[in-house]
Ligand binder design. Structure first.
Ligand code: 13P
Length: 253
């Protein structure tokens, strides 16, 4: 159990749409989220969407308490980087958040932990809040290496220092629980969250929020959020269904 609970942390429930959506589908989802967001009480609600939809999301959510962001960012400020999107461009579209180092990007695009930390630094420099994702694979866990893998993933992020750490969010997403319907048990998740909290505490940032992600649904959210070091959720599939996403937020509240 973590010993570090000095200040209450506002709960955060963030949707990661991944590569889903269309203008028409998003319009309906965003309208339902805007209409129902009050069910989350004081919990912050946010969505991270594909780049082409940032303008639509800004338009739909501008007058609501919901915030939005992107799912990746370039490490570069500007220049000849075809296909890349800079942190300043995301800020231009009113983004609050950007996911850095989601396991799908680590696995499918070879993103290293050093690159992920550099992306987080680029995001911070543009005034965005990076949500740095970490998590072990099933084979890491089966080999007893989960803590070691997460420690290695965190290391370059921790090296950004206390001030940077106080302005970002960590998301623990065990790869084996993503999109599989197999959630970490609240105790399994808490054990890793406590480890992350201790590492943050040692780096002078004990109050940085740590979200859990991996098959979060309305039915398992309350038990996860009852854990002392789980400050909210990063939600994939269930964030595409307004009712489900709002019910998760209500479970946190
Ligand atoms: P699922 O909620 O679909 O398991 O996805 C989790 C995730 O990867 C969020 O970033």
């Amino acid at each position: 159990m973590s010993q570090v609970h000095s200040q209450p942390r506002t709960r955060l429930v963030m949707g990661n749409w991944k590569m889903h959506g269309s203008l028409a589908e998003n319009a309906a989802l965003l309208a339902d989220l805007a209409a129902g967001q009050g069910r989350g009480g004081a919990t912050e609600l946010a969505v991270t969407v594909p780049f082409p939809y940032l303008a639509q999301v800004r338009e739909a959510l501008a007058d609501t308490p919901l915030s939005w962001g992107a799912q990746d960012v370039s490490v570069h400020e500007r220049g000849a980087y075809t296909g890349e999107v800079s942190a300043a461009m995301l800020a231009d579209f009113g983004c609050t958040w950007v996911l850095c180092g989601h396991s799908e990007r680590r696995a499918l695009h070879g993103e290293s932990s050093a690159l992920v930390a550099a992306k987080a630094a680029a995001a911070l420099a543009a005034g965005l809040t990076p949500v740095v994702c970490v998590g072990e694979t099933l084979s890491d866990r089966d080999a007893g290496d989960a803590e070691c893998v997460i420690g290695d993933q965190l290391e370059p992020v921790l090296a950004l220092g206390a001030e940077a750490l106080s302005r970002l969010v960590i998301a623990y997403e065990p790869v084996w629980a993503i999109g599989t319907g197999r959630t970490a048990s609240p105790e399994q998740a808490q054990a890793i969250h406590a480890l992350i909290r201790a590492a943050l505490g040692k780096s002078g940032a004990a109050n940085t929020r740590v979200l859990y992600g991996g098959s979060v649904k309305a039915t398992n959210a309350a038990a996860l959020f009852a854990q002392p070091d789980i400050d909210g959720a990063l939600v994939g599939g269930a964030s595409l269904v307004a009712e489900e996403f709002l019910n998760i937020a209500a479970a946190v509240a």
